[in-house]
Design a protein around this ligand. Sequence first.
Ligand code: PFF
Length: 449
Amino acid sequence: MKEKRVGFATRIGAIAATVGSAVGLGNIWRFPYQAGYNGGGAYILVYLLCIVLLGIPIMMSEFIIGRSTHKNMKGAVEQLTPGSPFKIFSYIGVLGALLICGYYSVVCGWVIEYLWNSACGSLLEHAPEEFSNIFGTFIASPDCCVMWTIIFLTLNFLVLSRGIQKGVERMANIMMPLLFALLIVFCVNSLMLPGSTKGVDFLFSINFDKLGWEGVVDAMGQAFMSLSLGVTCLITYSSYFKDDSNLMKDAVTISSLDTLVAILAGIVIFPAVFSFGLDPKAGPDLIFITLPTIFQQMPGGTIWAVLFFVLLFFASITSTISLSEIPITFMVDEYKLSRPKAIILTAVQMGIIAVLSALSFSTLSDVTIFGKNIFNFLDFVGPNFFMLLGGLVTAVYVGWILKKDVIHNQLTNGGMHRSRFVQPYIIFCLRYIAPVAIVIIFLYYTGVI
Ligand code: PFF
C-alpha cells in the first residue's frame, strides 16, 4: 500500500526547517572566516549582491519545482516536462548531498567533541598556545574522529526517523529561535569587549583593494553553500510545503534570516578576535583554535564555550537533517521504499563516506584525489562543483524550459498574490544573470580564466 506523503504541519514549521537547513557551519564558521580573509566589507557587499541576484531567484526556482508537484526533482521534472532529460540531474543532486553530508558530518563530530570537552571542563584548562596542538592531535586521532562522527550521524538519523512533522519540523521549531537568542547574547557580549570597535570596522569597512577576483568567486560559492542551493535540498523541502504558502515571501524571509545569522556570527567573532589580538585570517582554525582562547579569557568561560558549541551543534544538525532528507525522499518517492528502509540505506551510505572523510587526517592521509585528501576533496567538489552545477541546471530549467503559467501559478498561488515585478525579475535573473555568473565561476576554477 502506498504510504501517505506527510508534509510540514505549519507555515512557521516549514520556514523554521528551511532556515535550519540554510543556517549551519556555512554561516557560523565559513562566512566570518571568508569575510575576514577577503577584506571584510567589500566581500559582504558582493555576497549580498549574490544573494539578491542569484540566491533568491534560484531558491524560488527550487521552490516552484518542489511545491508545484510535491515530488523530489526526478518525479517533479517527469510530471512538469514529460520526457525531459533534466531529470538526470536529480541523481547528481542526491550524490552531491551524500558527499557533502559525508564530510560535513566530520566537522559536526569535531563540534560535539569540543562541546563534550568544554562541558567536562577539560578544554579550557590548557594554556592558549596549546589549542593549536590539541586540535591537530584530535583530527589526527582516527578513533576519536570516527567515534564523534558516528555519534553525530546517529543523532541525525534518530531525528529523521521521527518523520517530517515530529522530527524535522519539531526540532527546527525549538532550535532555530534558540539559536537566534544565543547569537544575540554572544553579539552583545563581543561588542562589550574592550577594543571591539576594531573588529566591527574590519568587518564593515569597504575596501575593494583587499577583495580581488578570487574574493568575488568565494562570495558566490558561499551564497550557494549558505542558502543550501543546487543539490535539490530546497526542492525536497518545498515538496512538503502547503499549497497556500507564499513562495515569494518565504524565499525572502529565509534568505534574510540566513544572511542575518551570517552577519551576526561575524559580529560575534571579529570584535573578540581583535579585542584579544588574534589573527582574523586564522581560517578554518578560527573556531576550534582561536575561540577557546577567547572563552578562556572571558569570565564564566566554560559556560560560554558550552553555549557556543551547543549553538554550533544546533546549526549543524538542522543542516545535515536537510541534506539527509534528499536521498531519503528520493528513495521513498522513486523506489517506493518505506521511510525506515530509506533512512537505513542513507545512513549506511553516508556513514561510509563520513568514516572515510574522518580518517583523512590520519589513517588515510596518504590517499589523495587531485592532490587533496578525501575530506578536502569533498569540501572542494561539493560546493564548487555539485552545488554550482545544480544551481545552473535549476536556473536554466525554470528560466528557459518550464511553462510560464506554472511559474506564475506558483508565485501567485493561482492568482491570489500579485507578482508584477517579482516574476519578470526572477525570470531575468534565472535566464541571464545566474547562468553567466556560474559559467564564469566554472571557467575560473578550471583555470580557463
Ligand atoms: N546551508 C548549510 C550551511 O550553510 O552550513 C549547508 C547545506 C545544507 C548545504 C543543506 C546544502 C544543503 F542541501
